[in-house]
Design a binder for this molecule. Structure first.
Ligand code: F6R
Length: 366
């Protein structure tokens, strides 16, 4: 059942080229230039007119929502708020009929996310779901939604569900962009073409497994780790840190790279591994400066860079290359090495990878 892999988590990490492809099926065609999410088709006009969109989610799904915020704002030019479901439900949130509330949940059963939806519905908002488990509670109570089609995820640490959530969010952002005419046709087609190539590029990232295993070996005894990224790579940093915490029990924090100097920089010494997403794009030079700040304090840099990078390579202790892609799609690639790294570190530390202590696959109590 583990398909020859030692753990479900490793199997699920390796399934990602396939699960992302499954998520695309019947939903996009780069050659003809269209995107369609059947589940939200009937609501697309209303979504296009919405004053804002609010995402509610927990854990890894909340990180996907943060990536969604960048995508929706950049591509569809709609204001987005991202809320922890558990916080949202206990406030007196200001929502009305013009709002769209989108719940993201792998299991579709998370108690706090369900409760947040209940409040949104009572206040008259349109509710959508992005779930993996077909027929789950969240998929049933929402007005409409799109499944991620990642297939069953058994490992407690979410991997392929996350990349499938980000894929659906990308397709949703593109559908809304089309409805609102916020992208030029050429921009639209370029990103579709790039998106279609993501499964192949994920396979290329997975080929770096041996290098990632070697890096995991070097840092397996760390007591702390810092993860940094800017733009939509900031949520990738959060997700990388969460994966390390939950399965290897190493304390890790994700931070927007520029915030480091407002506190966490005090923690940096020669014992501190700092994982940085430093791919080509608008904030590349800024991230390079952040790396210099870490190196000046003798921190260890493990950087995820774009293939062919030379500048970061010259400064970092280790680099992991990922193929070049559209800046909006970087999270789909940059997440993969961080998943593999957490996996290998956890195995080396003798942890129960598929069933980490104190965690459950679906959190149906608040
Ligand atoms: C982390 C993880 C959890 C879940 C969270 C939400 O790897 O699996 O943080 O993401 O409990 O679960 P869902 O997506 O089922 O609502």
């Amino acid at each position: 059942e583990k398909g020859g892999y030692e753990h479900f988590m490793l199997k699920e990490i390796h399934e990602q080229p396939r699960s992302i492809q499954d998520c695309f099926r019947g939903r996009l065609n780069a050659k003809d230039g269209w995107v369609q999410l059947g589940g939200i088709k009937d609501h697309i006009e209303k979504i296009g007119k919405a004053k804002r969109i609010i995402f509610v989610a927990c854990g890894t799904s909340w990180h996907a929502a943060l990536v969604g915020e960048y995508l929706f704002e950049d591509l569809a030019r709609i204001p987005v708020e991202v809320e922890y479901a558990s916080e949202f439900r206990y406030r007196n949130p200001i929502i009305g009929e013009d709002d769209i509330v989108i719940a993201i949940s792998q299991s579709g059963e998370t108690a706090d996310t369900l409760a947040a939806l209940d409040i949104a519905k009572k206040k008259g908002a349109t509710t959508l779901g992005i779930c993996n488990v077909v027929g789950s509670s969240i998929s049933r109570v929402t007005d409409a939604g799109s499944y991620t089609h990642a297939g069953p995820e058994i490992g407690v640490a979410s991997t392929k569900a996350f990349t499938a959530q980000v894929t659906v969010l990308t397709l949703m952002a593109l559908s809304i962009a089309k409805e609102r005419a916020t992208m030029s046709e050429s921009q639209f087609r370029t990103i579709l073409t790039e998106l279609e190539q993501i499964p192949n590029k994920v396979s290329k990232v997975l080929e770096q497994n041996d290098l990632i295993e070697h890096i995991s070996d070097v840092y397996q005894n760390a007591n702390n780790a810092l993860y940094l990224g800017r733009g939509s790579s900031f949520p990738v940093a959060l997700e990388g840190a969460l994966k390390l915490k939950e399965i290897s029990y190493i304390h890790a924090e994700g931070y927007p790279a520029a915030e480091m100097k407002h506190g966490p920089i005090a923690l940096i010494d020669e014992e501190m591994p700092v994982f940085v997403i430093a791919t080509q794009g608008t904030s590349y030079e800024k991230v390079v400066s952040n790396i210099q700040e870490v190196k000046a304090r003798k921190g260890k840099i493990i950087a995820i860079v774009t293939e062919g990078d030379t500048q970061v390579k010259a400064m970092a202790d280790h680099v992991i290359e990922i193929p070049d892609t559209d800046e909006n799609l970087v999270p789909l690639l940059a997440t993969i090495p961080l998943q593999l790294l957490s996996y290998h570190v956890a195995v080396m530390r003798g942890c129960n990878v598929d069933q980490p202590r104190n965690l459950a696959k679906s959190v149906t109590v608040e």
